[in-house]
Design a protein. Sequence first.
Length: 360
Amino acid sequence: MNKYETLTKLLTEQITKNLQQGIIALPTEAELCTQYQVSRQTVRTALTCLRNQGIITSRQGSGSYATGLLPAPEKNIIPILVASGQEYIYPSLLSDIQNTLSSQGYQLQIYPTDNDVSVEREHLLTLLQNLPRGMIVEGSKSALPTPNLDLYEKFKKEGTFLLFLHNRYSALPDEICIKDDNYYGGYLLARHLIDLGHTQIAGLFKMDDLQGPERYLGVAACLRDLGYELRDRHVGWFNTIDNEALRKRQDTRFLTRFIQEQLVGCSAVICYNDEVAYWLIKELSYADIRVPHDLSVVCFDNSYLSDLSKIRITTLTHRPHEMGRSVADCIIQKLQGISVVSQEIPWEIVHKESDSAFRN
C-alpha cells in the first residue's frame, strides 16, 4: 500500500471518530505532515482522495472539513419510519427529504409503520442489527406512551442520532424534533373564524397522535382568550382505526355521528386535516348542510384533497418544501458534527371557498 493510501485510510478512521465528537475541521497540511511523518505531497494526495470520495470538502483560505459522509455506502443510508409511504401528504414530504439528502450524497430508506406500534417495533429490531448513524422517526400513536422506549434507548446508547418528525414521545422529551407549530395553527384557525363572526365553533381532532391534542389546545386557548369557549359537546375525536376505515373502505360512520351529535348549534368547524375535512364535506352534503352557507369548514395541511373537494377547503400550509428540507438539513448537519435544535414550522392560512362570514 502506498503512503498516501495508508494516510487516506488513517484519516478516514480519524474523521469517523471526530464526527462522533462533533469535530469536522481537519488539521492543516503542515500539522498532518508532522502528525503522520509524511511529505506534503503525500498529504495533498490523500486529501484529494478524500475529496473525490465526498468525505471532505475544502474551503479556500480556511482548510478541509468533513462532509459527514463515510466511505462505506451503507453508513450513508438514513432510515425513516413514517405512518405511510404512499398516502396523503407523505409522497411529497418524502420526496423533499430524499431530494435534499441525495444532493449531499445520502440515501433515504423508508419503513412504513401504518401508525402501528407493533410494526414500528419490528422495524426498530431490524435496524438494531445494522445500526444507522442517524434515523428519522415519526412516532406511532405518539399521544400515547410508547412500548418501544426500550429500543429507542438502545439506539441512543449506541450513538444513533434520533430525529423525530411531526411528533415526539413524552418519554423522550429531549430528542430533536421537527414539527408543525400545531398550537399556533389551532389558534390561527380559531381566530380566523372568530374574525368572520363565528362564536359557536366545533372541532374534530385525532386523539392518538400528538398533533391532535396540540391542535385542539390551540383552538381552545384562542376561544378562551377571546372570551368564548370550545365546549366539550362540540368536540369530536377519532383514532387511527377510524382513519384507516375511512381511507380504505370509505367508512364514514364516525363523521355521521359527529354531524348528528357535535355539530348541532355550530356555524363553523375546525378539522384535524384536509383528509377528514374532505370526507366531512361529503357527509354534510348528504345531510343537506351547505358549505359554507350553513357551516364554515377549515383545516390543516393544504394537501391535494383541499383542492379536490367540490368546495375547495380553506386550510393551513407551510412554505413549499419547508418541512422536508428542514428535516433533511437537520440530520445532515448532525452527521456533519454541527449542533442542531428542534424546530416548529409555522403555518399560514390559504383562503379558499369553504368558509364565510357568519349568517344569522
